[in-house]
Design a protein. Structure first.
Length: 437
């Protein structure tokens, strides 16, 4: 049975959920406080870059299953399910800022006239769902309101694909009625034999943080192994392949690079440490992962200086600003850390990214030169840094680059270029996890 659903928040999580739930045949209204953003969405324009997003957005708008509004109260009143998908950014001291979640919950509680299932998609610390459930029951009484924890596991750049092809759906709560309703909403996934995991609120909340903590640890482990590989003369790609062949380890998240970033891993690892501190649980491993990742990102700029010498007055082309390919998200991007470090060392920095230039401009301001193409960035540069694994950089025309650059130094932080190919064309080359130049 199709449901009437409100999704509060139209960021990565909320927008993907809104278009996905509408595509399942439900009637969905996405709600945001930004009227300009809502107007663009209603016109079929996505505020974020995600593969296939605008296709799904336009189709469901056209079919009348999806709409957008700034009126939270009207959306809540007209819906049986309300998904909370607002931001939980890092607050003072590292704890997530839950003010948006709490504000939405209070509004929902005040305008409930009939039974609601409130689904918390936002990443929240352990204990939040239980606390929100008490708050809603107090505010909405005598109307019944159930709360379900339904954390997302979307990868930016593949978020739409992941919504329709999840490895698991986690549903945490205490109400069999609410659980059954949410299971029905995800019925198409169930028919595809997607695994469903039913658990308590606390377990669902911790699954989300533990997953991101483990993946951040795996990335950081491989980056530390890349440093060791450079010292001893080992090949990091073959090392990763050898590790990944072990079924206990698996091949994913073993690519050496400039460090993890994005909207999830940095803030979620910090939140996991803070939760452990409050409980008296030893989180020293995750704390060290955070420290090692930041040190690794800062170390990447040193590679440029090792190739070209002091950077004062030198021009560096930085290709890639998003924290990963397939997205325009620059939050906690290693590329921005590297840009800041290059500037600190006196370099002139020219940047390019297929999708993230405008988001990067909000952070870097006028301290760097923004280029319309990778070759514009390369013109007159003494070094080029490949910082994000976009396909156009993977297939960078080295012959053309050679004719544009003032000096031939290539720092490949994603190991996109074959070292022997770069050196054969006269480039001084340094990657991550390979013996130095």
């Amino acid at each position: 049975m199709a449901e009437r659903i409100a999704v509060i928040g139209t960021g990565y999580v909320g927008l993907v959920a809104a278009v996905g739930l509408a595509d399942f045949g439900n009637s969905v209204v996405g709600v945001d406080v930004d009227p300009e953003k809502v107007a663009k969405l209603q016109g079929g324009i996505s505020p974020i870059y995600e593969q296939a997003m605008e296709e799904y957005l336009e189709r469901n708008l056209r079919n009348g299953r999806l709409s957008f509004s700034t009126d939270v109260e009207a959306a809540v009143r007209s819906s049986r399910l309300v998904f909370i998908a607002v931001g939980t950014p890092e607050g003072p001291g590292g704890d997530p800022d839950l003010s948006q979640v709490e504000a939405v919950a209070r509004l929902i509680g005040r305008c409930c006239a009939d039974y609601k299932v409130v689904v918390i998609k936002s990443t929240v610390p352990v204990g939040t769902n239980r606390r929100i459930a008490r708050l809603l029951r107090d505010l909405a009484a005598p109307v019944e309101v159930d709360v379900v924890s339904n954390p997302e596991f979307l990868r930016e750049g593949r978020a739409v694909y992941d919504f329709f092809n999840p490895e698991r759906v986690v549903i945490g709560g205490e109400s069999p009625r609410a659980t059954a309703i949410l299971r029905s909403v995800y019925r198409s996934r169930h028919l595809d034999e997607t695994p469903f995991l039913f658990c308590s609120w606390e377990t669902a909340e911790l699954i989300k943080y533990a997953s991101n903590g483990f993946l951040a640890t795996k990335i950081t482990f491989m980056n530390q192994m890349s440093q060791l590989a450079e010292c001893v003369g080992a090949d990091v790609a073959t090392l990763a392949k050898g590790l990944g062949m072990d079924s206990r380890i698996g091949p994913l998240f073993l690519q050496a690079g400039p460090g993890y970033g994005g909207s999830c891993f940095p803030k979620d690892t910090i939140a996991l440490v803070r939760t452990g501190e409050r409980c008296g649980a030893d989180m020293t491993l995750i704390r060290e992962v955070i420290r090692a990742n930041e040190a690794h990102k800062a170390r990447m700029a040193e590679k440029v200086e090792r190739l070209v010498g002091p950077l004062v007055g030198r021009t560096v082309a930085l290709l890639g600003l998003a924290f990963k390919a397939g997205t325009d998200d620059v939050r906690e991007s290693p590329a921005l850390v590297i840009a800041e470090e290059l500037l600190r060392r006196g370099a002139r920095v020219r940047v390019h990214d297929p999708k993230a230039l405008e988001n990067a401009r909000k952070i870097l301001g006028d301290r760097v030169a923004y280029c319309a193409s990778e070759f514009e960035a390369l013109t007159g540069a003494h070094a080029v840094v490949l910082a994000t694994e976009w396909n156009e950089y993977r297939n960078l025309d080295l012959e053309r680059a050679r004719g544009l650059m003032a000096a031939l130094a290539l720092v490949d932080l994603r190991n996109l270029v074959e070292p022997s190919e770069a050196r054969a064309r006269g480039f001084a080359y340094d990657g991550v996890g390979y013996p130095g130049p």
